[in-house]
Each structure stands twice: as C-alpha cells, then as structure tokens.
Design a protein around this ligand. Sequence first.
Ligand code: PLP
Length: 401
Amino acid sequence: MSLEISRFAQSIGGSTIVSMRRKADAIAASGIKVIDFGPGEPDFDVPAPIAEAAIRAIEAGHSHYIDPRGLPELRQQVARFEADQHNLSVDPDCIVITTGTFGALSIVSRAILNPGDEVIFLEPLWDPYRNVILLTGATPVGVPMPKVDGRFEIDADRITSAVTPRTKAIVVNTPWNPTGRVLNREELVAIANVAIERDLWIVADEVYSEIVFDEAEHISIASLGPDIEKRTIVTTSLSKSFALTGWRIGYAGGPVELIKAMSKLQSQSTSNPSSISQAAAVEALNGPQDFIAEHNEVFKERRDLVVSMLNQASGLDCLTPDGAFYVYPSCAGCMDKTTPDGKKLETDLDFSTALLEAEGVAVVHGQAFGLSPHFRISYATSTEALEDACQRIQRFCASLK
Ligand code: PLP
C-alpha cells in the first residue's frame, strides 16, 4: 500500500498530557469546572525586558534566516551563563541554539544513535524521551530507580546491570521530572562513573536547572571533571526558568564535533529556531534575572501548600520535592477502593480518570512516567486553583470506599 503512514510514526504513542487535556475538555463541555494540572509550564507572564527585546527585533527587521547554529551573540551569552551558573567552561562553538530542549534532544539523538542502539533512562521518567529515541530506530531501556524511605534514589548498580554491548547513552534529568528531586553530587558521580567505565554518552537534560528550593543545589554532571565533560551533552532551554515555553528557545552544549553534527542536522531539518525569539533570549540571559528568584519563592509556597493538602487526603502519600514544579504522590492507599458510582480503582489511570470525572481535576497518571501507582501534579499554576483542586482531591479520596 503506497499511502501508508510510516512504521516510525506508527511506533510512537501520542502525548499523555495532550490526551488528558482532551478528556478534560470533554468534561468541561459537560459543564464541570475543570482544573488542569497536566501541562508543565509556568503561569507567569514573560518578563517585560524580554518582551521588549522581541519587539525591538521585529521593528529592526530581524526577520531573515540566520546561522543554523544560532545567533553568535546568543551563543556567547549561553557560554557566559553556563560558566557563571553551572561552572561549565564552554566555547560558543560548542553550543547550538535549538527549538527548546525538545529540539536539542531530537537532534542529539539523531547525531549519536544508530538503529539497534540502546539508551538508558531512569524511571520514573519524562515520557517523551521514549518517543524521541524510537524515532531514531534505537531502543529506550527504562531502569526503575528505587524508592528508599519514600524518597526516589539513584542506584548506580541497577544502571550498570542494564548496560549491554548495544548501550550508547544514559539520559540524566536533574531536577528530575516527575519526582522533583535534585540529584546530589554523589549520585551524579556514580552515574558518571558508569558512563566513563562503559564508554557511554551522557545526555544531561537540565531544563529545570534554575528551579531549586531550600538547600538544594543544581549540579551539572558535565562540571564533574574532564572525563565526564567530554562525553556529556547538556540540553536545556529558557522555557521553564524564564517563563518562555512558547518562544521555543533551547540549546545544547557539548563536544565540538558533536555540536557540528547536530547543527548540520538542524540545518537540514528545520533550519534555525525563530530569529525574533533568539534576539529576546540574548536579553533574557544578559539582562536582569531577579524574576527567577521571585518565581521560585512563589513555586516554593505552592509546593508547600500542595504537599500539605495532599498528605491530608486519605490514601495519598506525597514527598516534598526540592526542584522543578511537580509533585509525584503515591496513590497506593486508594487502590482497590471503589468510587460512589461503583468504579473499582485498580490502576493510577483508573484513579486519574475517576478524579477527573468526579471532581474535574486533571492530573497525569504514573503509568505515563513508568512508575505506578502514582500521579503527577504540575503546581506551576495559580495558588487559588491549587487550593481549590487539592480540596476536590481530598473530597474525592474521602468518597472512596
Ligand atoms: N525535558 C523535560 C524533563 C521536560 O519536563 C520538558 C517539558 O516539560 C522538556 C524537556 C521540554 O521542554 P522545552 O522543549 O520547552 O525546553
């Protein structure tokens, strides 16, 4: 049949968050006020100086194709930012500007993977990683990380056991979506040692690097020494910390030959990320950044509110995360209970579907992240909505028999 959709396109699943949003839209259409905790994006406005820089770029006519690697002044600002914030000494030639972290992950996977290769992920994981890898013909290998005293931990022995002759890379995400944990130095050293001993790439997704609370410190695995730096590609963006999700500006930093290959792939697939957004990103990285700490204060208050309210809900158990803007409570205590209209909750998908139908609260079920029975809440939404939704969750949990 000549009009078939490719096997690659058919092999990947759609976004769980988008399918949850569709279900939420259907519930909203029936008249229930829905609160959607699915999407991971800050509710803050774009800081004014960044918006003004974009307007200036439009007025100055910066509307043409640019270097597929990105604006030279932006790559310089990225190099300075990474040196100042994360102790990384990268030359601007070792940086490519991408369409968000997603764009960076997409081109790095095509630059390092061949069909049949394997890539290790630590579960629970941000589920799009799997699809990005599947589209290269490589195989994603999820390695469940243990929960010790209720806390998700890194177990390097489990990672080592998952390495095979076909393994090409390990993906490390800190701060970690969906758990909200910030990996500590010992954990990062343990992962780095596996990569060095087994000669693997590290793809370090640091998209939440600036969103850390309390005593937690974001450490870039690439900063741990030359042996790990030379095999690490950092992927990140301005989406979360600069509240610029829709502007689609990210970047990757790594060894120069890899960056050249990635730039070629970008040039031959999507050319360059928006010139206007790149001009605004120069201002974002160079201008005042007080809003990051202000946003983090708000996130922290919301985190504390959500953790406290969820822990008051019967059958839920929620840890206090130290980074990103997610909580990932266990709903084990609600499994095998029955809703007032007679539905038995056997999985976290049952839990999230029944919660949406009964109370109009949309969360993402744990199966999507590879660890059940859990669900994820993005608390990057208004405090009023969070309070309202947590009350609804408490009511829902109390109604289970
Ligand atoms: N990586 C992780 C772990 C994420 O949670 C997200 C978004 O939610 C992304 C990457 C993609 O972000 P962006 O492409 O907007 O930079």
